[in-house]
Ligand binder design. Structure first.
Ligand code: TLP
Length: 344
């Protein structure tokens, strides 16, 4: 059996989720009449500590609707230089919202609040208006790093002073919350709006939630419609989302323990170097000592039935999730030791 560590997006819905889809009460959500969607949105708003929430098709769609709703074309937005919104969304912020990115180099995904403040534009005919600050927690390219609460608080205080909204890409916010043993609302209280993914570690097959105040969500709903994201009997995909949100959160700690176990195992293979501090479910491995490109490394792993992804020419990302057991992690370690110790 293939051990798929490419991403936590590869998880399949549980039996209970499939059953919930089958049995879901349905209506037309564009009319606001799908009871299963309404129940999910209400629950999500409550959990995220916001007035209202909107079910969207993906994390990318949720982030883009946030940018479109907060900004006007010609504005500038501040974001971390390796954030998903900047790095992995195919320049959608420019293609759709027509905003200019102002990137800041972070430390383990966290932007220095002083750098954020310095990047906010003043009143000048030559410069764009800063209309949004984006955060990401956990930070994907920083290896699932948790952006500390005091960092979020400091940036939120600055944003409040300058009357600039803060959007949090919380695709893996529940991982941060579980790792720090805090409710997600402890993080979202330092944000104006937040996007969370139901379809990553929480295991739902489809969907994300965008949350904020009622007026923001009313306008966001219109943007979702414009983008063709107004779905009809969408309760079939929201029903697993409700289970994801209410029953799948605590078990994320198992994924974190498996990632730690993988990190420890890899640290005994001298040709491989774990480069991130493993806070949650992502392990980043530098393979430079092997003198082979990431593509060849991945092929060798694939030959042993193990999948991972390249994060650079000599960087590999392994992501743990609920479809991977501790026994499988041990198999990955032992297979990698056999494959790569010859290079040491
Ligand atoms: N991340 C995917 C890839 O796009 C890289 C992955 O495998 O990790 N924000 C963050 C922080 C993400 O990691 C992702 C997905 C998204 C947003 C987008 O979510 P989807 O895939 O639902 O559009």
């Amino acid at each position: 059996m293939v051990i798929d560590l490419r991403s936590d997006t590869v998880t399949k819905p549980t039996e209970k989720m499939r059953k919930a889809s089958y049995e879901a009460e349905l209506g037309d959500d564009v009319y606001g009449e799908d009871p299963t969607i309404n129940k999910l949105e209400e629950k999500a708003a409550e959990v995220l500590g916001k007035e209202a929430a909107l079910f969207v098709t993906s994390g990318t769609q949720g982030n883009q609707i946030a940018v479109l709703t907060h900004c006007q074309p010609g504005n500038e937005i501040i974001l971390e230089e390796e954030s998903h919104l900047f790095y992995y969304e195919a320049a959608a912020i420019s293609a759709f919202a027509g905003v200019q990115p102002r990137t800041i180099k972070g430390n383990r995904g966290a932007m220095n609040p002083a750098h954020v403040e310095a990047a906010i534009r003043g009143e000048d005919i030559h410069v764009p208006e800063t209309s949004l600050i984006c955060l990401e927690n956990t930070h994907n390219r920083a290896g699932g790093a948790i952006v500390p609460l005091d960092n979020m608080k400091a940036i939120y205080e600055i944003s409040t002073r300058y009357k600039i909204p803060v959007h949090l890409d919380g695709a893996r916010l529940f991982n941060a919350a579980v790792a720090l043993n805090q409710p997600v609302s402890e993080f979202t209280k330092y944000t104006t709006t937040v996007q969370i993914c139901l379809s990553k570690g929480l295991g739902s097959p489809v969907g994300s939630i965008l949350a904020g105040d009622k007026d923001f969500i009313r306008r966001a709903r219109k943007w979702r419609k414009r983008l063709g994201g107004g779905l009809r009997q969408a309760g079939v995909i929201a029903a697993p989302g409700y289970i994801a949100l209410t029953e799948m959160v605590d078990r994320l700690s198992e994924d974190h323990a498996n990632a730690k176990r993988l990190e420890e195992g890899i640290s005994n293979i001298s040709a491989l170097t774990v480069v991130n501090h493993v806070d949650t479910n992502i392990v980043l491995v530098d393979i430079q000592k092997l003198n082979i490109p990431a593509t060849e490394f991945l092929e060798k792993l694939k030959g042993e039935g193990i999948l991972a992804v390249a994060f650079g020419p000599s960087m590999i990302r392994f992501t743990t999730h609920y479809d991977v057991t501790t026994e499988q992690i041990d198999q990955v370690i032992s297979k990698m030791s056999k494959l790569f110790s010859v290079y040491a």
